[in-house]
Design a protein around this ligand. Structure first.
Ligand code: MG
Length: 169
């Protein structure tokens, strides 16, 4: 049974949409991560897993915080030196990745591997978010979206094994 959508969850989804990220695009990342491991994984199952990840309060908090910082940077309202750092998406900043890590491990350590992998390959929506178009800042959002997909994929991986004990003698 799916949980009812809270106001904060809905606001989180609306913010993602306003920033150009549809949940279906995150579901595509989940399929990209899991297609070789879960036979017959459907877009509906991937989307449902994304929805479940987005039901978690800590995930919602990370997303609304990161998006707020991206928007503030677009409006040039951050303090220096943070304004310049976020605007340039400086590689050594690292707080965007740290924020994303609060999402990555909610379904165990498989999430870390998934996250590292898509962060390097940047498939689908992630390459779009990384395009660094003039006036558009997604310094936090790209990592958060990768993290949602990584956690949703980890959740499916756990479900697929049925959480069974490893047999031993
Ligand atoms: Mg980033």
């Amino acid at each position: 049974m799916t949980k009812p959508t809270t106001a904060l969850k809905q606001r989180t989804i609306d913010l993602l949409n306003e920033r150009g990220v549809e949940l279906a695009a995150i579901a595509d990342l989940v399929i990209f991560l899991q297609k070789d491991y879960i036979v017959g994984l459907t877009a509906e199952e991937a989307l449902a897993s994304v929805q479940t990840v987005l039901s978690k309060r800590e995930v919602q908090n990370a997303i609304i915080t990161g998006i707020q910082l991206d928007i503030a940077a677009e409006h040039h309202t951050l303090m220096e030196p943070l304004q310049t750092i976020v605007e340039r998406d400086e590689g050594l900043y690292g707080v965007d990745e740290t924020m994303a890590l609060s999402i990555v491990d909610i379904y165990g350590s498989i999430g870390f591997t998934n996250y590292g992998y898509i962060d390097r390959i940047k498939p689908g929506i992630l390459s779009k978010l990384n395009a660094h178009e003039p006036g558009i800042i997604h310094t936090f959002l790209d990592d958060l979206v990768g993290a949602i997909a990584a956690a949703a994929a980890a959740r499916l991986a756990h479900d697929d094994t049925g959480e069974q004990d490893t047999p031993f003698k």
